[in-house]
Every structure is written in C-alpha cells, then in structure tokens.
Design a protein around this ligand. Sequence first.
Ligand code: UDP
Length: 370
Amino acid sequence: MILTKKYDFLIVGAGLYGAVFAHEAKKRGKTSLVIDKREHIGGNTFCEKIEDINVHAYGAHIFHTNDKRIWDYVNDFVPFNRYTNSPVANYKGSFYNLPFNMNTFHQLWGVKTPAEAKSIIEEQSKKYQKNRPENLEEQALSLVGEDIYYKLIKGYTEKQWGRKATELPAFIIKRLPLRYTFDNNYFNDNYQGIPIGGYNELSGGLLEGIDIQLGVNYFKNKESLEKLASKTVFTGKIDEYYNYEYGKLEYRGLRFDHEILEIDNYQGNAVINYTEAEIPYTRILEHKHFEFGQQKNTVITKEYPLEASTSQEPYYPINDEKNNAMYFKYKKKAENDNVIFGGRLAEYKYYDMHQVIGAALAKTKNLFDI
Ligand code: UDP
C-alpha cells in the first residue's frame, strides 16, 4: 500500500525564506505545512504593535534591493513607503552622518570639497594599502583611514561582534558605502522602504492560504511531523539539525531593551549608532520614524550585542575561517540528504532580506520550473 502524504512540504521556520518558499510552492499547486517554534510568523522581521507603533521586535529591518524583480515581488503583497535609512553616529557626544560621506568628512575635519576630503583619507590610509586586506581592521584602515576607523568603526565593530577587528572577516565593513557626495543614504540600492503597516503585512501576505502551526518545536516532534510531508525545507540552524556533530557554529546574539516613553520624539531619527566602545549598546532605534509616525508616545529599543549561546536567538553568523570551514562540513553532509536548507541560519550566511527572498525564489524556480 502506498501512503500518500498530507503535504508536499514541511517547512520549518516561518521567516522570509520559509514564507517565500511556501508561497511559490502554492503558486505551482503544491501544499505546505509551515511550522515555527515561536508564536508568530515573519521570523525576525516580526513587528509588535506597541502604542500603535510597529516595533521591530528583533531589531531594525530596512528593506533595500537593486533588483527590480524582488522589489516588485514584495510590493505585490504590500506597498512600501519612502523611508531612506540615514543613521547618525554618536561618538562621545558628537554627531556624524553615516555612511561615510561629505557630511561626515565636514563634521570630522571641516573640509568643504571632495578633493580636500580625498586628500585627508589618502594621507591617513596610504600606509595601510596592501593587495588583500586580511581582516576587518586592515580593510577599514585601507579604505577610510585612521580618524574614521578609530571614531566610527573600531568601537562599534568590536562590541557588535565581541571580537577584535583584527579577527573579523574584511567583507563585513564593505557593506558600508564610502562616497564623496553629500548623501546620507546608507544604501546604494535603487529601491528602499518599509512595508506600509509593518512587516507582518508582508509575511501575512506571503503565507495567506497556507497551513501554519505556531509554537511547534521541530526537533521534539520530528518523526510525527515528517510523516505529514514528502519533503522538508529546513530554515533553522544547520548545526542543530545535525545535532552539532561537527561542533557549534558561532553566532552573535542580541538583547533588545524596549522602552515606552511618554514623549512624541526621543531622538529625531529611526537609528542612532553609538560608536564608542564604552557604551554597551550599539544603537538606539526609535520605531515610529520608520513609518513617519505621529503617535502621542514613542517606543525606543537599545540593542545590546552578546554571545549567542544555544538558549538565545542567533542573529549574526560569524563567518570567519574556523566557522566557515565547519559550515562547509555540514553543507557537504546536507548534499546527501533529501532536505532543502535555506535562509540565514541554514546557509550560515549574513543575508539581508532581499537576498533571502532572492535565494528562495531561485531555489523554487530551480525546483519547479527547470
Ligand atoms: N559598522 C561600524 N560603525 C557603524 C555601523 C556599522 O563600524 O556605525 C560596521 C560594523 O562592523 C557592522 C558592519 O559595519 O557590523 C555592518 O553594519 P550594518 O549596519 O550593515 O549591520 P546590520 O544592520 O546588519 O547590523
């Protein structure tokens, strides 16, 4: 007797990868059961309504992409607003615009022209030039020179990652633009914004019409859950999936301290970074500014970085050599399993939202259309 399974896919994790996968499968007539150990969908994009403000419960999520196809895709579920991320850095009480641009250079050195700024950066970075920077510190010093590195990068980076900048991969700092124009846009991408009404509109739209079970621990119910579907899509930690057989992949964790303040505007910007080492949090978010909110009160969040032990949520993969080598062992093992691994935790990759969506779209296209 051939037993038919109830679902085509069991999708473990209701974050963006799982939600896009489920949506794309449904479009092709396939059924999915999406489970999540948390009590909500959306993974770390989840917003909690407090004081009528969409509070980014797991830290700032700002959507940006250069890919029109991905921009159109998300805008089909919910229109996005015109929010442009322009964080400000607070270093020992002085404010500097981010990313590193003519406003920052003027604030640092009083320079008024790109030529003056370039000449200072060249002067401060020339002794650090080398063919292949081996770590974040070398990369940063060779790109922006000493003042910017010591005031705006070193302190922030070392508390964010809990490691010396000399022990971190160079690519992390290349996320930040450096430009010689008066342009405070944190991203270079063509498209940017926040879903109008918050990210739950996006995850809700993606998962519409799909069976979801929340508060379900996959590992505790693995056997019975896998009986329900022909194939598993796993978006959790790949090392946990394999019971840490090759060791634990390291992550940087975060603690969020949310506060309601009975004032309408606390800091005048959605994100202010605290770049000195002595202040224990990396940034303060003021959530209403992501959506130009006019509510009476405000909600702020201090982000405290910390080491992610297994009991805490993992946020940032630490893609240094040691961890990458361990991940590749898991990846090799996964190639022989009939399971799809996708997303930041399963691919151990510092993905942004648009990249996760791109990865899930590519995977489903490959699976269903080729
Ligand atoms: N960074 C920094 N100073 C800042 C902001 C960022 O040195 O004021 C560095 C830091 O190493 C950080 C990296 O740039 O980890 C990437 O920052 P991004 O804002 O892209 O990180 P995310 O928003 O993903 O935490």
